[in-house]
Design a protein around this ligand. Structure first.
Ligand code: PLP
Length: 443
């Protein structure tokens, strides 16, 4: 042990780990991260692990940022907590204004949550409240997309399109349908950036409108780039077409920007990079650099106005969390967004994207690589599954990379990468070199 090592826990029994193979973890070498700084994590014993995933797509400014830490410390000494129902505290308003400065024009109203899942459910509830306020209360159906991920609340889970996340929990939202996934490997495999084929898949929204009636549909919710199901960038023109069909039928368009927000695609939000403005936008993760949990939902001013002016007096929207706009999270958000500006983190992501893209695609020569996808500072490397054991090969690659000092993420047999936006060429080389070696070793 040296002064930078952190003791391992005496017992692993009590903690029920989320989205984890608890039995395996607790029976194996219990890979742990105990400390972090800049581009790297450190194990309890002090071994460095290069962060190829920005934690879980969230530490965009790198780890242990002094400015964020000091803002949290300062705020904790000023105001630890104050309720925000029928009361306010200054820093929550300031944080909302800072977010509104970054969102697309005309999306200047911000509702605070504590996570991406809460943001997803909040966005769905805002969509329902919007239609009801306008006397259109028949619009209760939500349209998601196969392979969409919108967190684990009942709303986000229902609108999301991942079978594995739904099958344990029978009761889902009743009025939901799904667009097909935009993943077309037979046409788009090894695409660089946005895939060329598949814009026409947006037209399937017309089929759902014909099936259910536009007057029953409240909103369409999609991720601009699906991250959790293995990096699926939208085909060229797809989102624009979705926007047009939504407009034609009075359906709200919700972008889940929990991953794509805050510089990941080289712009403040994916909406900007992809040139399509939604009506409602969810965010979390990079908002506070993950130093304190916080999520938010930004809406077009017209959406806010409809809900808030839709009642003569009293509470306008019966929704909120004890910790909505929590002072420590608001302080972390303001410090994070300041770093985004002063260090031009979206610009850094844009600058390194071509190098990143080449590095991702250099893995094509490795065995069992059946597709590579990239957009912004995101990469997905899809591996052929071991016969009868879906996910096993990528999980072995993940463990091997960790043991060789690089953190990657896997979903099914897809390795997903999303380094902090401060990543440099040498880090990219190390991530790709370690991954290449691991994929070859698991052939
Ligand atoms: N939405 C998207 C697009 C996500 O990628 C995630 C998490 O990865 C979530 C929602 C859920 O966020 P959280 O885990 O903070 O609830």
């Amino acid at each position: 042990m040296n002064e930078l090592s952190v003791p391992r826990p005496n017992s692993l029994d009590a903690y029920w780990m989320p989205f984890s193979d608890n039995k395996y973890f607790k029976g194996d070498t219990a890979r742990m991260l105990a400390r972090a700084e800049g581009m790297s994590y450190y194990t309890p014993e002090g071994k460095e692990i290069l962060d190829g995933t920005a934690g879980l797509w969230c530490c965009n400014a790198g780890h242990g940022r002094r400015e964020i830490k000091e803002a949290i410390q300062k705020q904790a000494a000023i105001l630890d907590y104050a309720p925000t129902f029928q009361l306010g505290h200054p820093i929550a308003f300031e944080a909302a204004s800072r977010i509104a400065e970054m969102t697309p024009e005309g999306m200047d109203r911000v509702f605070f949550t504590n996570s991406g899942s809460e943001s997803a459910d909040t966005a769905l509830k805002i969509a329902l409240a919007y239609h009801r306020a306008r006397g259109d209360s028949g619009r209760v159906r939500m349209i998601g997309r196969e392979r969409g991920y919108h967190g684990v609340g009942f709303g986000g889970m229902s609108v999301g399109g991942i079978g594995g996340n739904r099958k344990q929990f029978g009761a889902l939202l009743p009025y939901v349908d799904h667009l097909p996934s935009t993943h077309l490997p037979e046409k788009n495999a090894f695409s660089r950036g946005l895939p060329v084929h598949g814009a026409e898949l947006a037209d399937t929204l017309e089929n759902l409108v014909a099936l259910h009636g536009a007057e029953t549909i409240a909103a369409v919710m999609v991720e601009p780039v699906a991250g959790s199901t293995g990096v699926l960038a939208p085909p060229v023109g797809y989102l624009k077409r979705l926007r047009e069909i939504c407009d034609k039928h009075g359906i709200l368009l919700i972008f889940d920007e929990v991953i794509t927000g805050f510089g990941r695609l080289g712009t403040n939000f994916g909406a900007e990079r992809l040139g399509v403005t939604p009506d409602i936008m969810t965010m979390a993760k990079g908002l506070t650099n993950a130093a304190v949990p916080m999520g938010a939902v930004a809406v077009k001013n017209a959406v806010y106005d409809a809900v808030v002016n839709g009642v003569a007096g009293g509470i306008e929207f019966f929704h909120g969390y004890t910790y909505s706009g929590h002072p420590l999270a608001a302080a972390a958000a303001i410090a994070t967004l300041e770093l985004h500006k002063t260090e031009d983190l979206p610009g850094r992501a844009r600058a390194i994207e071509p190098y990143w893209e080449d590095a991702m695609h250099s893995l094509k020569a490795a065995p069992n690589v059946i597709d590579i996808r990239n957009f912004g500072l995101i990469g997905g490397i899809e591996l052929a599954s071991r016969p009868g054991k879906p996910g096993a090969r990528a999980m072995d690659v993940f463990r091997r990379c960790f043991d060789n000092g690089v953190l990657v993420r896997v979903t099914g047999d897809i390795v997903a990468l999303s380094p902090p936006l401060i990543v440099e060429n040498s880090h990219v080389d190390r991530i790709v070199g370690t991954l290449d070696e691991a994929i070859r070793a698991e052939a």
